[in-house]
Ligand binder design. Structure first.
Ligand SMILES: *Cc1c(COP(=O)(O)O)cnc(C)c1O
Length: 479
């Protein structure tokens, strides 16, 4: 579609068109996705729809216009404060998501530094490489310098490296509880102590963990300290639209001290439209996301969240145990809760395994450093765990076979290159030449095998030559 329809289309027709479009999407309620969607149950889904719909027209920009919204936002922040042991003197706001919560924590830190350390021209933030890119994004927008420090072999932020990265310009230290890629907890008490030692701020990114760790702790899972009970933690972000199971557009940013929150506000008095005040990044804000979050927090309550955390935890444990039984697979780092990643040992290729799972209708995100597949396990996954494990085992068997054929192919490929592809039938060589020249966008494929070898040798990296040959063989040896 390149323009508006000249005449509007009837409601039923438009809805049918949406359903038609959606037909090709992954089913968001089917729990076959291991990221992006946090699904609880049909009841929670329905409640979210109904509560959201009741506030479809309202606007949370002005907290005075709709007292019900103001109450709901205060209630939500109040409940989350208690859950994460934020002192009563502390304060927070709801935001549109984790990225905005982290942005505001860094914005508050920047403006706090402008007020209290005006000599710093480019303030610095220190965080581990595993920290969410929202830190990088916020630093980019805010004119801050983000310094990444490495993680240790278990995947935790290296606090000695953090100490070494401090400078006169450092204003904030960041850590994750847990990190998204590997579900590993940074040593928050040590990071916060370092921040205290130097009079710095300390932000805990509990976007993914903030609504699951407290409930796991209540059922006796060993959760390292990460919330406001840790002295020195000055702000914390927690997403409701993840393990709070609320619709997208709901997160909370909390500050230990009310005064710090002021630095995130923006007020401009000179506008002809009136005095413009906004507490968060957004102007107009979705009221539906606030109402639905309030509704679901009320509906599930502490007991509901404990049950949800337990279901997700047991499912995650179950999958991890199944992975541990497969010799070629390993869990990356030391995950603490319901988010984790697994890699594969050679000759198994974890991305290829991801494809094999994809063919069976499971969608796992691919990660790098190390190559791995990612799982965000939710309460909704409890009912598909057995099926997933069955398919994982089956996919591994399939991949073992592929890998053994693959190593034969790799050998053949290398040998073929060394011997000028003499061992391949003529027909293959010609087709391979055509294919390689197409892929490599060279001009005309050489006619002779030696020339073909020469052409491949002139390709940028030896690596990519091998890959070309492998890919070709994979394609040619299709049966
Ligand atoms: C999801 C996530 C974020 C970003 O949150 P969005 O809601 O996607 O903006 C930040 N940190 C962690 C650890 C996350 O898991």
């Amino acid at each position: 579609m390149t323009q508006l329809p000249p005449k509007g289309r009837p409601v039923e027709e438009v809805l049918a068109a949406i359903d038609q479009l959606k037909h090709h999407d992954t089913d968001s309620t089917g729990s076959r996705l291991w990221s992006l969607v946090y699904y609880h149950s049909p009841e929670v889904h329905r409640l979210a729809q109904e509560a959201y719909a009741r506030y479809i027209a309202e606007n949370a920009l002005n907290p005075l216009a709709f007292p019900s919204l103001r109450k709901m936002e205060n209630d939500v922040v109040g409940m989350v404060k208690a859950l994460l042991h934020c002192p009563a003197e502390g304060a927070g706001t709801m935001t549109s998501g984790g990225t905005e919560s982290i942005f505001l924590a860094l914005k508050a830190a920047r403006d706090w530094a402008r007020a209290t350390r005006p000599h710093i021209s480019v303030p610095e933030v220190v965080a581990p490489v595993s920290a969410h890119p929202a830190f990088d994004k916020a630093a980019h927008y805010l004119g801050l310098k983000l310094i990444h420090v490495p993680v240790d072999s278990a995947g935790r932020a290296d606090v000695a490296a953090m100490r070494a990265a401090l400078s006169e310009r450092t204003i904030l230290l960041g850590g994750s509880a847990p990190s998204y890629p590997h579900g590993v907890m940074d040593p928050i008490p040590e990071i916060a102590a370092l921040a205290r030692e130097y009079g710095l701020l300390c932000h805990v990114d509990a976007c993914v963990g903030g609504f699951v760790l407290p409930f796991l702790e209540k059922i006796g899972v060993a959760i390292p300290p990460f919330d406001f009970r840790v002295e020195g933690v000055t702000s914390l972000s927690v997403d409701l639209h993840k393990y709070g199971y609320t619709p997208k557009g709901a997160s909370v940013i909390l500050y230990r001290e009310r005064q710090l929150r002021r630095y995130q506000f923006f007020v401009y008095g000179g506008w002809p439209g009136g005095i413009y005040a906004s507490a968060t990044f957004s102007g107009t804000r979705s009221a539906g996301a606030i109402a639905a979050a309030w509704a679901i927090l009320q509906h599930l309550g502490e007991e509901g969240y404990i049950l949800a955390a337990k279901a997700a935890w047991e499912a995650a444990q179950h999958i991890q145990a199944a992975i541990a039984e497969i010799p070629e697979l390993y869990i990356v780092g030391e995950p603490v809760a319901t988010v984790f990643a697994f890699g594969a040992r050679s000759p198994l290729d974890v991305y290829s395994l991801g494809d094999a799972l994809g063919r069976r209708g499971w969608f796992l995100d691919r990660q790098q450093k190390p190559p791995s597949l990612h799982l965000t396990v939710t309460a909704g996954h409890a009912r598909v765990v057995e099926a997933f494990i069955r398919d994982l085992r089956e996919a591994v068997v399939e991949e073992r076979l592929r890998a053994s054929r693959g190593s034969w192919r790799r050998r053949l490929g290398r040998q073929a290159v060394r011997t000028g592809l003499a061992i391949l039938p003529e027909r293959w060589v010609r087709s391979m030449a055509r294919w390689i020249s197409r892929t490599a966008r060279t001009d005309k494929p050489p006619k002779r095998t030696a020339a073909l070898y020469g052409m491949m040798a002139s390709l940028p990296q030896q690596d990519s030559v091998e890959k070309l040959v492998e890919d070709f063989l994979d394609q040619a040896l299709s049966s």
